[in-house]
Design a protein around this ligand. Sequence first.
Ligand SMILES: C[S@@+](CC[C@H](N)C(=O)[O-])C[C@H]1O[C@@H](n2cnc3c(N)ncnc32)[C@H](O)[C@@H]1O
Length: 209
Amino acid sequence: MTDKTDLQAAYRLRTPDDSKRLYAVWADTYDSSFAADMDFALPGAVAKAFADAGGRGPVLDLGAGTGLCGAALRALNITPVDATDLSPEMLAVARRKDIYATLFEGNLLERLAVDDGTYAGAVSTGTFTTGHVGPEALDEVVRILAPGGLAVISVHAEHWQAQGFGDKLDALGDAIDQLQMPLVRIYGDKGHGAHKDDLSKLLMFRRAQ
Ligand SMILES: C[S@@+](CC[C@H](N)C(=O)[O-])C[C@H]1O[C@@H](n2cnc3c(N)ncnc32)[C@H](O)[C@@H]1O
């Protein structure tokens, strides 16, 4: 696989096993061949939105990958931050950066090894996207948040429509409040190619008290 095909391949994923296979071979070059090359802006945008909304630690970074959002949170003095991801290879890259307090493998489409109400915050960038994680994982996000805890989760705009995130939010009802959904660009001015103008919703809410 060449660097240029990685993003296309990521959008063609269908199952967690597909993800594990792709990210196992992509992990070591993800930061350079994708994030730097595409001017990937989402991790910084999510961290800033979390901080601006009064978010605080402890935070769990969901689908943390190589740790780009964790690094952005740390630059804003938000600590501690833990990381979970399906891919041990992506987590291994993140571990070497010494950003996270705890890192553990987990599948957001199943139950995470986290007690109810553990975290004051939850963030996610680039994981609620085509071929990855859909709205069904929002139950798990709510479960791991403490009452009043803040979630800021990027959801690819096309994925939002295709997977029915609006219906899921309706179903969550009174379990969440202070819902906001600002639209942001995924890539900065140096992004290029077919996806350079793609948009993401920042799904922001607090677990009800
Ligand atoms: C595009 S990367 C984003 C990584 C990082 N958050 C970032 O912004 O650079 C998507 C990540 O989602 C993870 N992932 C995919 N499916 C998952 C699942 N079901 N549960 C947990 N993580 C998953 C992948 O292993 C990968 O690290």
